[in-house]
Design a protein around this ligand. Structure first.
Ligand code: AP5
Ligand code: MG
Length: 324
């Protein structure tokens, strides 16, 4: 994760050979080929930042974390926009789409992104997803894979409340799962580690709520475009990493990606209902058709977080099997 003071697009200095060698050392099977366009979707603490550092190094692509870019923008104490961004982040809500999109637009043109990009925590709404699609189309680019880091909310509290960051470098530690060698000190520089100001129980609850309400619809959005795969993010860091590589490489092996047309997309979830109406006045029959949605319509905002997790998992399996 990049620091607010550092740029969030990373310049790669390590050669691919060196990196492949380092992967062997930690027992991760090396994969071939660089360059990919990846989206990471997942709740706070699911490991997006942790994995995106590694994945962007592996594929030699830029890492764009909208969280990091916004934290950087929020540091501008003199502007109203900086203040609004800060307040929204502290409250666990989502920053306005137009601010986020302009950050993406600006950063995507950087030379570090010429070999591909990894979006960490972007898009977060259907609107952002649609705007990204148009932006990429205008640049004649496309996404290769959308990885969802799925994990029950209960496990996230420990991860978030135990997180320690080294702001200057973006290095992330965890009191319990990945402690620094010396308490509260960065392993490399010895500088003091900090906590993120939104890593409190109260803001975490708001962030989780925002994720379930506004971001999870994106999973269906990308499933319909044949780009989505879910990974169990409660596994060890290396296991999540290994599976992420396998999935991205599988998607990249597909000869060509073609998004579903609107008709195909609707056909995959809808059938037509036909009704016949008789008009006694002029003795004519009118045949009417209307699309029916064979997806289960549920107002997910009324579900508890735990039940919502189960609901999303079950509907994902049913959809994958073509049952709904
Ligand atoms: P952002 O910075 O993206 O925060 P987030 O989505 O809440 O995610 P986190 O960064 O907290 O978690 P992570 O998934 O990166 O986990 P990490 O790898 O650090 O966004 C912040 C805010 O900015 C948002 O709330 C919103 O206001 C705004 N924003 C951002 N993007 C936006 C957008 N597109 N539109 C509108 N607003 C936007 O891991 C967490 C901890 O767990 C670490 O300590 C790590 O060491 C540990 N850990 C990681 N993986 C494992 C593992 N497998 N096992 C054990 N521990 C692990
Ligand atoms: Mg992060």
């Amino acid at each position: 994760m990049a620091s607010p003071s550092a740029s969030s697009t990373k310049t790669k200095t390590e050669s691919n050979e060196q990196y492949q060698a380092s992967l062997k050392n930690i027992g991760v099977k090396p994969q071939s080929g660089t360059g990919a366009n990846i989206v990471l979707v997942g709740p706070p603490g699911s490991g997006k930042g942790t994995q995106s550092n590694r994945l962007s190094e592996h594929y030699k692509i830029c890492q764009l974390s909208t969280g990091d870019l916004l934290r950087q923008a929020a540091q501008d104490k003199s502007s109203d926009e900086g203040k609004r961004i800060r307040q929204t982040m502290e409250a666990g809500g989502l920053v306005d789409d137009h601010i986020v999109m302009s950050l993406i637009d600006k950063n995507l043109t950087k030379p570090e992104c010429s070999n591909g990009f990894l979006f960490d925590g972007f898009p977060r709404t259907i609107n952002q997803g649609e705007q990204l699609e148009r932006l990429l189309e205008s640049k004649q680019k496309r996404l290769d894979a959308v990885l969802e880091y799925a994990i029950p909310d209960e496990l996230l509290k420990r991860r978030i409340l135990g997180r320690l960051i080294h702001k200057q470098s973006g290095r992330t530690y965890h009191e319990e799962f990945n402690p620094p060698k010396e308490s509260m000190k960065d392993d490399v520089t010895g500088e003091t580690l900090e906590r993120r100001s939104d890593d409190t129980t109260e803001t975490l609850n708001a962030r989780l709520n925002t994720y379930h309400k506004q971001t999870t619809p994106l999973i269906d959005f990308y499933r319909k475009r044949n780009l989505h795969k879910s990974i169990d993010a409660s596994q060890k860091v290396n296991d999540v990493y290994q599976q992420s590589l396998e999935i991205v490489d599988d998607f990249r092996k597909q000869p060509s990606y073609k998004p579903l047309s609107v008709d195909e997309e609707q056909g995959s979830v809808r059938q037509m209902e036909t009704s016949v109406e008789r008009n006694d006045f002029d003795e004519t029959l009118t045949i009417k058709t209307k699309p029916i949605n064979n997806q289960i319509e549920v107002d997910t905002s009324s579900l508890s977080k735990n039940f919502l997790f189960v609901y999303n998992s079950v509907t994902a399996v049913l959809r994958d099997r073509g049952i709904i």
